[in-house]
Design a protein around this ligand. Structure first.
Ligand code: LLP
Length: 420
């Protein structure tokens, strides 16, 4: 459910006609719906209502825009961060440090210090080596790092290989069969308070089965750790719930997920936390674009060249991902088209031979379900600028990220004296 709907033949974001935003802000531009973000945040929280005070940390990587984070902070969400940059955003959005969890296989020394100094709630430690380093840094700072050990349960999440994180060959977490030993080794270190287990097996999951398998392994591990005399008070079950990118995609609902979690974790007797990203932000955003021209040079489908490109929305080029493409003012006509961006490589293709709304030069269109892993994955490839972002609330909207023009990016570059 989202708030991008046709009203009198014109696609709106909540109460705002998208052509208004295109006229004022230009294209390409990401448009987010605050009501949709709020709705998703509440649906996800409600789905976990059978649990005792679950902690929800929005996966900042999915949409780090400050305004988006602020909406979620106001909904009582914390943050799952994976870099110092994301941590600074979560803090700038007034998320309580205690509600911030720091994940990632490559936390640097400076990032660890930053997390300790700002008193974040938890580090999800991904290796024994990382735990040893974090303990030493914490000790030197006179702090204790609250930690969960991220385990790799060796479960196939059944998703795209590039976003699968819980198979033994993936870089994430420690092998679950070694977790008991590593947990014990870290638990005796002076700078750490080992308090739990974290797991995240992948993103855009279309089935709860691999999640349930992974959680079952975590439950068994918690029992083993306790039998060894270890302290286990927390479990972080990660994110990963898929969203429908196509009308006929069937995804597990948050309610089904919540019921499964309640069933599998009954008796764990831990504080549970979650790191949802896509399920909150995915359908809360579209990428608004304008057709530059339509190339009809052969008998095959025409190339509809839009002003958004793979540097603005990388998912199709990177994962072969599908995003629905809709006309903003549909004429009702449909035809088969290729939709491509202006970038000089063939990968800059959003759709091939797709039966969709017929688009003509100058028309506006949207890529749906672009609120997660959209703007955040943008680059300036082909010396294009960084795309702008807008947040809509009812019948008002605000630019929440300025377009960064190519000249500003070039301004950060220097020609050294010896070349002048
Ligand atoms: N927690 C951890 C430790 C993660 O690595 C991720 C996502 C999440 C939570 C949030 O997962 P979600 O609920 O959003 O599925 N760029 C890719 C997705 C990469 C996901 C990386 N990790 C894409 O566009 O599909």
């Amino acid at each position: 459910m989202n708030h991008f709907e046709l009203r009198e033949g014109v696609l709106h974001a909540e109460g705002v006609p998208l052509p208004w935003i295109a006229a004022e802000v230009g294209t390409p531009v990401y448009v987010y719906s605050q009501a949709t973000l709020v709705r998703h945040a509440r649906v996800f929280r409600d789905a976990l209502s059978a649990l005792d005070n679950p902690h929800i940390a929005f996966a900042v990587k999915s949409n780090p825009n400050l305004a988006v984070l602020k909406v979620l902070q106001r909904e009582g969400y914390g943050a799952d961060v994976v870099s110092g940059g994301e941590l600074s955003r979560a803090l700038a959005a007034d998320m309580a440090p205690a509600d911030i969890v720091f994940s990632g296989v490559g936390k640097t020394r400076d990032e660890m210090i930053y997390g300790l100094q700002t008193e974040i709630g938890q580090f999800n430690v991904e290796s024994e080596e990382e735990g040893i380093e974090l303990s030493a840094i914490a000790e030197a700072q006179g702090k204790i790092a609250r930690c969960a050990l991220r385990v790799n349960p060796d479960v196939d999440a059944g998703t795209h290989e590039k976003i699968s994180t819980g198979k033994a060959e993936n870089k994430f977490g420690v092998p679950i069969h070694r977790a008991g030993e590593i947990y014990a080794a870290l638990a005796v270190l002076p700078g750490l308070e080992m308090r739990g287990i974290a797991v995240h097996i992948g993103s855009q999951l279309s089935s709860l089965v691999p999640l349930e398998t992974a959680f079952g392994k975590v439950g068994a591990l918690i029992a083993d750790l306790r039998a060894q005399g270890q302290n286990v008070t927390h479990a972080d079950l990660g994110g990963g719930l898929g969203v429908p990118y196509k009308a006929d995609d069937v995804m597990p609902s948050p309610a089904e997920y919540g019921a499964m979690v309640a069933r599998v974790t009954a008796g764990w007797n831990v504080a549970l936390s979650f790191e949802p990203g896509r399920i909150i932000a995915g359908n809360a955003g579209v990428l608004l674009t304008r057709v530059i021209r339509v190339k009809r040079s052969s008998n095959a489908s025409p190339f509809v060249v839009v002003d958004a490109a793979m540097n603005d929305l990388a998912r199709p080029a990177m994962y072969g991902a599908w995003h629905d493409i809709d006309a903003v003012v549909p004429s009702g006509a449909t035809s088969e088209s290729h939709v491509v961006g202006p970038i000089c490589e063939t990968g800059d293709t959003f759709a091939m031979n797709r039966l969709m709304a017929t688009l003509e030069t100058g028309d506006l269109a949207v890529f749906r379900t672009a609120g997660a892993y959209g703007a955040t994955m943008a680059s300036s490839y082909n010396s294009r600028g960084f795309v702008a972002e807008v947040l809509v609330d009812g019948d008002r909207y605000a630019v929440v990220a300025d377009r960064l023009p190519p000249a500003d990016i070039m301004a950060a570059e220097r020609v050294p004296a010896w070349l002048k």
